[in-house]
Design a protein around this ligand. Structure first.
Ligand code: NAP
Length: 264
């Protein structure tokens, strides 16, 4: 059995989270349950929330980076990543650290982080293909995509991946480029259609078909995600632009077929 899938206990990691929004809070619950030592920092003040979870909230970024993290997990919005990274005083790091991100686009954080990180820092780019809704009842069978971009400390890296593997996630190693190509065709398209349906304010009717119920689910599934997230999926995935064009062309094509038949 590989160290990723093994159920043997792995020692707790010291993990510092940057950006303590909804997704970070969702991940934190499981990491605390697994016995990792978590501390968080964020633009907004989450000190009360962290106190309830029994973890420290460190407002000051210098102090946060000095706090002996083995892993720094970036959970900021896609749009704010570059500013957040620019504001990080890397000279405060006390040891070579594994940086990991969970952004829903992958080439962009890889490039930003490779440019900014000290050369001795390791980097793994990941995308959990689930969120607080789909992962509410556990992560079993849900996919974690990852690329080991620059790893020297294999022990810390596999300890980090074990967080997901031990919950039963499907572990999928692929390049950031491959992820972005596929995500534009799947996740970005889902969000686009969900947003269009939300604009149309679709609501259940007493005579819903199974198909319509699924459409409504698509609308609901993106409703809780921030517009920043959707915007980031478009702005920082170079393959999303083509998908939006394909969507427009396909919509026009379907409309014209209908109108042509009507005029015949
Ligand atoms: P989000 O709206 O994408 O990000 C919210 C986080 O970004 C908060 O921590 C927020 O900090 C921070 N932030 C936003 N603008 C900022 C700024 N100008 N400066 C500094 N920080 C800023 O919501 P999310 O759902 O929590 O997602 C977080 C990350 O996880 C995103 O990159 C997303 O792509 C990824 N992800 C999300 C899901 C999901 O299901 N939601 C699934 C997989 C991956 P404050 O709260 O302190 O203001």
């Amino acid at each position: 059995m590989s160290s990723l899938t093994s159920s043997a206990p792995v020692r707790g990691l010291k993990i510092g989270i940057i950006g303590f929004g909804p997704f970070a809070q969702f991940l934190t619950q499981t990491m605390i349950k697994q016995g990792h030592s978590i501390r968080a920092t964020s633009r907004s003040d989450y000190s009360e929330h962290c106190a309830r979870l029994g973890i420290p909230f460190i407002r000051d970024m210098d102090e946060f980076l000095q706090s002996d993290n083995e892993v720094v997990l970036l959970c900021t919005s896609i749009l704010s990543l570059s500013d957040v990274v620019k504001s990080m005083p890397f000279q405060c790091l006390k040891q070579p650290t594994l940086f990991a991100d969970v952004l829903s686009v992958k080439e962009y954080p890889r490039d930003v982080l490779l440019q900014a990180l000290p050369p001795e820092s390791d980097l793994i780019c990941t995308h959990p293909m689930f969120g607080p809704e789909s992962g509410r009842d556990g992560w079993h069978g849900l996919t974690l995509m990852y690329e080991k971009v620059r790893i020297r400390n294999e022990a810390v890296c596999s300890g980090f991946l074990h967080i997901f593997a031990s919950e039963g996630c499907k572990m999928l190693e692929m390049t950031c480029e491959e992820h972005d190509k596929l995500a534009a065709k799947s996740q970005f398209l889902t969000h686009t259609i969900g947003r269009v349906l939300a604009e149309m304010q679709i609501e259940p009717t007493p005579i819903d078909t199974k198909g319509f119920e699924k459409l409504f689910e698509v609308k609901e599934s993106v409703a809780n995600d921030s517009f920043d997230l959707f915007n980031g999926l478009y702005v920082h995935n170079r393959f999303a632009r083509q998908q939006l064009k394909n969507f427009e062309v396909a919509f026009d094509g379907v409309k014209h077929k209908l109108l042509d038949r009507m005029n015949e």
